[in-house]
Design a protein around this ligand. Structure first.
Ligand SMILES: NC(=O)C1=CN([C@@H]2O[C@H](COP(=O)(O)OP(=O)(O)OC[C@H]3O[C@@H](n4cnc5c(N)ncnc54)[C@H](O)[C@@H]3O)[C@@H](O)[C@H]2O)C=CC1
Ligand SMILES: O=C(O)[C@H]1O[C@H](OP(=O)(O)OP(=O)(O)OC[C@H]2O[C@@H](n3ccc(=O)[nH]c3=O)[C@H](O)[C@@H]2O)[C@H](O)[C@@H](O)[C@@H]1O
Length: 428
């Protein structure tokens, strides 16, 4: 039977809000705190500021259990476990910016009945340093590392059905309480020390990013040698030791986490005196991969000056409106630098994209985007792009080039419409 322990969540961004709604679904009252007063007001008014499948419904269903406030005292007064889900973005040096985490630590009062439970992704050693800081300030707070592994686009399902739960703690009541909270989910538990829990999170993200950069390099070699990376990935992935996931070649990984966490792990290693050679390549391959589409377009169109390029999808992956580190940002900047004009369509990310891409034209529909376009580039594999009427697309385009940056389209359907299809790593 689910424990009804009241919970505090500090930071109601992506992870904070999904976690709060997930804990509410498990029957808990949740006090959600954020410094962003406008966000809190919107949440109080019933608005969900993030687009994520199932999240709006979950927040609505548990509105009575979700309490939103800017005052941390509301969480401290009701809950002994305070989950921290504030952002840890990259700094110019590539290290994680822990200023929001430190602000939370600094705001904690002296207390021997509360625990901070770290959900934010932090460098290894952060827990130890926060414990030292608490001790220095004479605060008897407990500390637990409980990294989050959810993916955007399937965040609610991932939170409620995780592959594993990792709890790093000092073997005290706080660790026991966190283990108890997650017990109803029935997931395998890794209970360990704080530093190891912190490293699990960074290593898992870095490994997944490595898998993507690896298959992208295989794709690039496929293009030189006539092999098809989809066939190669299928053949590799059936080996249980490799597995089929994260072997989708494309125009590089983006998002708020892989780029920053790979860089943070590289810096963490460097700061500790170890040169993490492999991660340098993972990062470099990813940077180059985002630009390879330019070469493909040049091959088909000659120069790009004066050419009109339509981008299908802008978000860093489908099922989200998140534009953080999206490959579309690099791609559109490169296209414009080479003299092309860019027109784009994304089913949900347009508002944020308009802010980040002031010189891009936005179309209301896919077909609106291709009107007069010399080439189309699929950037984000929203399923609706696969269903397009390619004969209609061809009739509206000025040119014939379709670059499938995610290998998500049906090449035969595109070619049957008289268009020139090129994917990533699909033969020479
Ligand atoms: N986005 C994702 O899919 C995942 C993110 N993570 C990690 O979780 C952490 C949070 O990520 P997101 O939710 O994406 O960040 P976010 O940027 O969407 O949300 C952070 C929230 O914290 C609030 N905040 C900042 N300082 C605060 C303070 N002192 N007190 C209260 N609230 C404060 C901000 O106003 C914002 O609403 C990061 O460390 C990230 O690496 C982990 C797994 C998945
Ligand atoms: O720490 C985090 O924030 C999260 O980072 C990723 O989740 P997320 O960034 O939401 O999305 P992913 O599905 O992992 O995709 C990341 C990027 O990799 C790209 N990708 C993914 C898979 C693949 O085979 N190929 C590929 O290019 C996607 O297009 C996207 O740009 C991890 O998958 C989560 O486990 C982790 O919790």
């Amino acid at each position: 039977m689910a424990s009804r322990e009241p919970i505090g969540v500090i930071g109601t961004g992506y992870v904070g809000l999904v976690s709060a709604a997930g804990f509410a679904e498990l029957g808990h009252e949740v006090w959600c705190i954020d410094v962003d007063a406008e966000k809190v007001a919107r949440l109080r008014a019933g608005e969900v500021p993030i687009w994520e499948p199932g999240l709006g419904e979950l927040v609505e269903r548990h509105r009575g259990r979700l309490h939103f406030s800017t005052d941390i005292a509301d969480a401290l007064g009701h809950a002994r476990l305070l989950f921290v889900a504030v952002g840890t973005p990259p700094t110019y040096s590539g290290d994680a910016d822990l200023s929001a985490v430190h602000a939370v630590v600094g705001a904690m009062p002296p207390s021997d009945r509360h625990a901070l439970v770290m959900k934010s992704t932090v460098p290894v050693g952060t827990g130890a340093s926060i414990k030292r800081e608490f001790a220095r300030q004479g605060k008897r707070f407990r500390y637990v590392s409980c990294p989050e592994f959810l993916k955007e686009g399937s965040a609610v399902a991932d939170f409620l059905g995780p592959d594993r739960v990792v709890v790093g703690d000092d073997g005290d009541w706080a660790g026991d309480a966190v283990v108890g909270l997650y017990a109803p989910l029935g997931a395998p538990l890794v209970r360990t020390d704080i530093a190891s829990a912190e490293m699990v999170k960074l290593a898992a993200n870095a490994f997944l990013a490595t898998k993507i950069s690896f298959i992208n390099e295989i794709a690039n070699v496929c293009e030189e040698t006539g092999a098809d990376v989809l066939e190669v990935a299928r053949g590799m992935g059936l080996d249980e030791r490799i597995g089929p996931k994260f072997l989708r070649a494309g125009i590089g990984f983006g998002g708020s986490c892989f780029p920053k966490d790979v860089s943070a792990l590289k810096q963490l290693a460097g700061n500790s005196g170890y040169h993490f050679q492999l991660l340098n390549s993972v990062i470099e391959v990813n940077e180059l991969q985002k630009r390879r589409v330019i070469g493909k377009l040049q091959k088909h169109l000659g120069g790009l000056v004066g050419k009109r390029i339509a981008l299908f999808g802008l978000a860093f992956k489908p099922n989200t409106d998140d534009m953080r580190e999206a490959s579309s940002l690099v791609l559109s900047a490169r296209l414009q630098a080479d003299g092309a004009s860019v027109v784009a369509f994304d089913p949900v990310a347009e508002d944020e994209a308009r802010r980040l891409l002031p010189n891009v034209d936005f179309a209301d529909t896919e077909l609106g985007a291709v009107d007069g376009a010399d080439a189309v580039v699929l950037v984000t594999e929203w399923p609706q792009f696969r269903e397009l009427d390619w004969v209609e697309v061809a009739a509206r385009m000025a040119g014939t080039t379709v670059i499938d940056g995610r290998n998500a389209l049906d090449p035969e359907a595109v070619r049957a419409a008289g268009l020139a299809y090129e994917g990533i790593g699909r033969g020479s």
